[in-house]
Unconditional design. Structure first.
Length: 131
């Protein structure tokens, strides 16, 4: 992605703001092993992107000791090879929802909003220019 002539890397931006976790930190928050974190990443249940030394996991996807409900269904539309598209989708306010970012909508745990997020993910992930 381009911003002001420079390449914008959402995960790098989160790293800069201290909002990215290492696999060990995710494991501690979820109370699972590091290997289980990696399994969930490969299964598309956790979003991760390449960091300087290892994968970085946006902290916003883990809340209250659990993965945000509905996240795996949204990530399924982007696939493992498109973490930036998924992250941009999750963090960008959705005008069709009256403003909240899809991740914030998922955190509300309202079935109607979750279903809407999954449908928006499908539409955005399959459209040109996103991901």
């Amino acid at each position: 992605m381009q911003a002001g002539g420079q390449t914008f890397n959402p995960l790098a931006d989160l790293f800069t703001r201290g909002a990215v976790l290492a696999a060990d930190e995710v494991a501690a928050r979820l109370r699972i092993s590091r290997a289980a974190v990696e399994q969930r990443r490969r299964a598309g249940q956790l979003l991760a992107g390449p960091g300087e030394a290892s994968n970085g996991y946006p902290a916003c996807q883990v809340e209250g000791g659990a993965i945000v409900p509905g996240l795996a269904e949204v990530l399924a539309w982007f696939g493992l090879e498109r973490p930036w598209g998924a992250l941009a989708f999750l963090l960008t306010p959705a005008n069709r929802l009256g403003g909240p970012a899809p991740l914030d909508a998922l955190k509300r745990r309202e079935p109607t909003l979750t279903g809407m997020m999954i449908r928006l993910a499908r539409a955005d992930a399959t459209a040109d220019g996103f991901g």
